[in-house]
Structures are given as C-alpha cells and as structure tokens.
Design a protein around this ligand. Structure first.
Ligand SMILES: [Zn+2]
Length: 353
C-alpha cells in the first residue's frame, strides 16, 4: 500500500478523506466524544471513493480459494446478563407471540445460575456461522469501568472464551469506554483479557466506537495489537474514510504509516436499524453495500452485537444477519474473522511486488 500512498497523496481531496484530516481538529464531537458523520465535509459515504481510486490505479486484492471479496464478521459483547429493560421488552415480546418457553427463559434464567443467561449465546452464534462455512470475531470488554453500568467480569467467562478459541473463532478486545485515549488502560485491558484467554489477542474494537485520529491507532499499535476495526460511524453505515479495503493508517503528524491494520467498520446492527424504518429497507441498504464491496474486491466489516441473537425483542436483527450470510455465501464471499483477514493481509504485503 506504501506505493499507492504516493498516488493518493496527489489527489488532495481523497488524501484528506483517507487520512481523516478533518478529525485532527474536529469542529464538534457528539455526547460520547465521537466524531459524528453530521460534522464531516464528506457526506457521501455509501461509495468507497478512495478504494475506487486505488482500484482504478492498479491496486489489486486477492483472497484464499479465489474468493472475490471478504466479509469480516464481528460481534461486540456489550452484555452478558440482560439489563432489566431488555428482560422486560423480551418478556413482553414472548407474551405477545405466546412463546411460553421463551418467556420462561427470559424470566427465570437467574434461578438456574449465571451460566443460563440468554445472552450467553456464543455457541449458537458459532453454529449458525459454521452452517454457512463462516467464522467470526467476538470482542469482549475487560474493564470494570463503564459510562452506564457494570457489564461483566471477563474472569467469569473463561470457559466461554476457551470454547470460542478452540473452535477457531477469534477472541479480541472490546476496548473500554475510557481506553481509547489512554495507552496504559488499553494495555491493562489487553493483558487482563489475555490472562483469561491464555493466549495473545490480535484485534480490537472500541466500545461506542470512541476513537481519536490518529492517536488511538498509535496507542493500539504500542499495546501490541495487530489490527483495529473501530473506524465506522455510530449514526451512518458506509465507508468513513472512503475505504472498503483494510489499510495501514497514515499519521499526518509524524508523516508516517502506522504499523497496525485498520479493517474499517461498514455496517453495525444498531446503526443500520436506527437509520432505516423497516427490515426491508435495512436489507436493501446492506445488500447495496455488500454489492459495492464485492465490485471492488474489498472487505466489508459487519458488527452484530452478541445480544442481537437469541433476543426476542431484537429478532429482526438475527433474521437479517442470516439473510446476509445466505446472500454472501451465494456470492462466494470469504466470510471470516478479523484475525484471519489480518493474517491474510500481512501475508499478501510480504509478497514482493
Ligand atoms: Zn460496545
């Protein structure tokens, strides 16, 4: 990609979008300190303008088994124990549908112990993905500090992490709310997760997509992460820096590439459902983005929170996820985890031109 930086740099407008120059001195931030799409001078993010330029100028990406493009499947694990509001909404949904076994599960799980929480659904998610020949990444919180409430102790999930990792799925870090601009906190959370997992972790996505360009990339690199996948907007799906390919971020302050891979986030479930008015509209929008990424032989990264599965009041999200897996498997996509994409990308980079 270094070779392509020179060509891109000549195109001032695209270079600024690619490097996220406007985020170095943001005009405004939202309530969580995130740079909002509304504050960007680049409003059209449904087309990957930078990837298009690179492909038009000879940039090629290939995938294992001659797959045409890749889908990076990821799950932020925000909740393990349904908060009161979730339990209530799910119970009401079950009652409406006369789903009494579902209702029992929502109301009485606490009686049978924490293991029975309906959000401890990793095996079901992996089974679903396996059915489509896919695998994915689960990003876990490893901190006791959060803006809203206590979430969970990662130490209580040792068995779940072992099962995920043993099946070949990825366990990565969901960087805590206060970690994105605190290098020591990031390193501490990474080490805490690695201690429970018993192996190194490669990937990260920050909670609430909190991110400070370019410092967050530098801190993550310093903590030993090989890749990050935070760069997407909370309120819009699409391509935040015009890229639908993984890339090495460029630091305009040091005038150097940062040795970490960014796999930009294109579709997050919450964002998709909050910015559309029906499941059909959400599907059409997803399909359009998938088709676009396939056209440029890129990587489309999805974030479906683990609580979107096995959750009666969010059942449309699980239905749409299955539809996407079905569609992408029909288009012969490589559907895999962030870690596997990162490994592949690193291997391609080491091949002499
Ligand atoms: Zn989160």
């Amino acid at each position: 990609m270094v070779l392509f930086n020179d060509a891109l740099r000549q195109h001032r407008e695209l270079w600024d979008i690619y490097t996220r120059k406007e985020e170095y001195t943001p005009r405004r931030l939202d309530q969580y300190g995130c740079f909002p799409h509304a504050a960007s001078t680049c409003q059209n993010i449904s087309e990957p303008a930078v990837s298009k330029f690179l492909v038009d100028n000879g940039f090629e990406s290939t995938y294992p088994a001659d797959k045409e493009f890749a889908v990076c499947l990821t799950h932020d694990v925000d909740e393990i124990y349904p908060p009161f509001k979730h339990g209530l909404l799910s119970s009401l949904t079950c009652m409406k549908k006369r789903d009494y076994s579902g209702l029992k599960e929502q109301v009485f799980w606490k009686l049978y112990g924490k293991q029975k929480s309906p959000y401890r659904n990793f095996r079901e998610i992996m089974d679903l993905e396996e059915h489509y020949g896919a695998c994915s990444s689960f990003y876990f919180l490893a901190t006791g500090s959060d803006i809203t409430r206590f979430r969970y102790n990662i130490e209580d999930l040792e068995e779940d992490l072992g099962q995920i990792s043993d099946r070949g799925w990825e366990v990565g870090l969901h960087g805590g709310y206060y970690a994105f601009n605190d290098p020591e906190e990031i390193l501490g959370e990474k080490k805490r997760l690695e201690k429970v997992l018993g192996r190194k972790v490669s990937g990260n996505r920050n909670h609430y997509l909190r991110f400070q360009v370019p410092d967050s990339w530098e801190f993550l690199k310093k903590a030993g992460f090989r890749y990050d996948t935070t760069l997407g907007y909370n309120e819009r799906v699409g391509f935040r820096n015009g890229m639908c390919h993984p890339f090495r971020p460029y630091n305009l302050n040091t005038d150097r590439e940062i040795k970490i891979l960014e796999i930009p986030l294109a579709i997050m479930d919450d964002t998709l459902f909050e910015s559309t008015t029906s499941c059909e509209e959400a599907w059409q929008l997803s399909k359009k983005l998938i088709d676009t990424v396939a056209e440029y032989h890129g990587v489309i990264c999805l974030n479906w929170h683990s609580e979107s599965f096995h959750c009666p009041f969010k059942d449309q999200r699980e239905i749409l996820y299955k539809k996407i897996l079905h569609y992408c498997s029909g288009k012969k996509a490589w559907m895999t985890s962030g870690e596997k994409i990162c490994e592949w990308w690193e291997k391609q980079e080491s091949v002499p031109e």
